[in-house]
Design a protein around this ligand. Structure first.
Ligand code: ADP
Ligand code: ADP
Length: 212
């Protein structure tokens, strides 16, 4: 289980306007929360801050009450591999590696049984309809497949914090439902799920909406 919180968070890109001024919110195990708002408001940036890919200019990110925004690179990488699942807006797959190796990427940073991880990866791929693409390179798959492959990577290892940026942006309604069902299942078994989305059907299936 996890309790993720942002406290007084603020950020600013070089030469950009301030984003998320004094932003405070909490996300708990069991809930699926939608973060919405107009383009440019800082939704993706918020996920990068919660996911420890950017350091806040002010405020804190707390996991189970512990500040985590100022951890060193190694500790960050381990924490992310052990507890986080992150779905980037553009899938962000490594073009030089096969689809299966992309999905197994985070397992390189944590202890585990490689054979079991590979089996679980294949189960996720079956579920998301991309099993036949296991040995392909990401450049050979469609946008919707890439998005579902990125989801497999994020869900492998049962992370208890799931951060997803427009996870259904390239998907038809049927595939979107499969994705939401998977997030809901993870929430029921203890994950805190934060989704940035413009998709009203997805927002409707979340427990809460936080407009930015
Ligand atoms: P969104 O759909 O969330 O608004 P964008 O299309 O604005 O995303 O941004 C896509 C990518 O480009 C992101 O990785 C973002 O960090 C980067 N980006 C957006 N705006 C700028 C900018 N002004 N300068 C540099 N990079 C940017
Ligand atoms: P949203 O996801 O709500 O569309 P973003 O977090 O992508 O918003 O971006 C917030 C603002 O920051 C936008 O004005 C965007 O152009 C700018 N931005 C995003 N990434 C970068 C970057 N890497 N460098 C400079 N500006 C950026």
């Amino acid at each position: 289980t996890a309790r993720l919180a942002a406290s007084g968070l603020g950020f600013r890109y070089e030469a950009g306007t301030p984003l998320l001024e004094e932003w405070t919110a909490g996300f708990s195990s069991g809930e699926v929360v939608a973060v919405t708002g107009p383009s440019g408001r800082g939704k993706s940036t918020l996920l990068y801050l919660l996911g420890l890919m950017l350091a806040p200019a002010s405020g804190e990110v707390l996991l189970d009450g512990r500040p985590i925004h100022s951890l060193g690179d190694a500790a960050c990488a381990r924490l992310r591999a052990e507890r986080y699942g992150f779905v980037f807006q553009d899938a962000a797959l490594d073009q030089s590696r096969t689809v299966l190796d992309n999905i197994l990427e985070t397992t390189l940073y944590r202890r585990g049984d490689r054979r079991r991880d590979a089996r679980l990866a294949r189960e996720l791929m079956e579920r998301f309809g991309v099993a036949l693409r296991a040995d392909a390179k990401p450049g050979q798959v469609s946008g919707g497949q890439a998005q579902r492959i990125a989801l497999c990577r994020a869900l492998l290892g049962d992370p208890d914090v799931i951060l997803a940026d427009e996870p259904t942006g390239n998907l038809d309604p049927g595939s979107s439902d499969v994705v939401v069902d998977a997030f809901r299942e993870r929430a029921v078994s203890g994950a805190a799920v934060v989704i940035v989305t413009h998709d009203p059907a997805l927002v409707a299936r979340c427990d809460r909406e936080i407009p930015l």
